[in-house]
Write a protein that binds this ligand. Structure first.
Ligand code: SF4
Length: 292
């Protein structure tokens, strides 16, 4: 089986991403986010381990790339805590930045800054997931991930080096982080040009963790998901009118602060003001590099 594969091979109706490839250097993730749904389909998800024969396989597959976007990663974080010791993601980037592709990184880790020198050599962008600017809230919902303060510093650092940054406010959870105006203002002031947002997609697997970590909020959310929610593709989503209200509020705030907006897997494409995943920023990097 290939390491680099087609992103969304099922052509899900909800996905509006441009055609791209996906690559996960690790199987599983050690960030332990309560809302993570990858843990529902990847065995032993919380035991993070590198892919078998990662580097030689990647070398072979990278040689065949023809300018595609490679999105790293969509089923795990490419910078788990383990990466600090292994340095494997850096080795992968050494290979990919010499091959013919565009690189989109999706992470919650400041460790990506370590590899900025490599990212500057290729067409690249970083999507940092920042669900809240409150370190205490993050400690509950993303217990092993780097704090939002560190992620904000990472965003600032990357932008200062000419690497475009998109921020994923993902997932939006009612009663937890739906009031994101302060965060969006901070991001806009920092030079973030795109925000992608998505609501919490419930699976029974993540709901079990969520109910233990946030029992009072789980009680409030129960009727919204289990009585009024919408079942789509194996997930339970909030009722559509509520999702529309949440996403519309965010898109209006993004517009207010001059930031592009994309909703992710919500069926609300009319709210998007640029490609939903922020990949339009890949073209902006060339301009940034020419100026620096
Ligand atoms: S960082 Fe992403 S993949 Fe890792 S646990 Fe959190 S949501 Fe799941």
């Amino acid at each position: 089986m290939n390491l680099i594969t087609q992103f969304d091979p099922w052509h899900s109706k909800l996905c509006t991403c441009p055609p791209k490839l996906t690559f996960n250097p690790y199987t599983g993730c050690d960030h332990h986010c309560v809302y993570c749904y990858a843990s529902s389909y990847i065995p032993k998800f919380h035991i993070c381990r590198p892919k078998k024969d990662l580097i030689p396989r990647l070398k072979r597959e990278a040689a065949r790339l023809k300018g595609e976007i490679v999105s790293i990663s969509n089923s795990s974080d490419p910078y788990p805590n383990l990466e600090e010791k292994t340095g494997l993601m850096r080795k992968c980037l050494e290979i990919l930045t010499k091959s013919n592709c565009k690189i989109q990184i999706i992470t919650k880790s400041y460790l990506v800054v370590r590899d900025a020198d490599l990212l500057r050599k290729a067409s690249s962008m970083v999507a940092l997931t920042i669900t809240t600017e409150d370190d205490n809230v993050a400690k509950v919902i993303e217990p092993n991930a780097p704090s939002p303060s560190k992620r904000l510093k990472a965003a600032e650092n990357l932008i200062s080096k000419g690497i475009p940054v998109c921020v994923r406010i993902d997932p939006i959870i009612p009663y937890v982080n739906e009031n994101a105006e302060n965060l969006i203002r901070t991001l806009a002031q920092m030079g973030v040009k795109h925000i992608t947002a998505s609501t919490y997609k419930l699976k029974l697997d993540n709901w079990k963790r969520f109910s233990v970590a946030l029992p009072k909020i789980a009680e409030k959310l129960k009727p919204l998901y289990f009585e009024q929610g919408e079942k789509i593709g194996g997930y339970i989503l909030l009722p559509k009118d509520l999702r529309l209200k949440l996403m519309k509020t965010l898109s209006m705030m993004a517009e207010k602060y001059g930031v592009k907006f994309g909703s992710c897997r919500e069926g609300l494409n009319h709210l998007n003001t640029a490609s939903c995943d922020g990949s339009w920023l890949l073209n902006m990097q060339k301009i940034a590099l020419k100026r620096t």
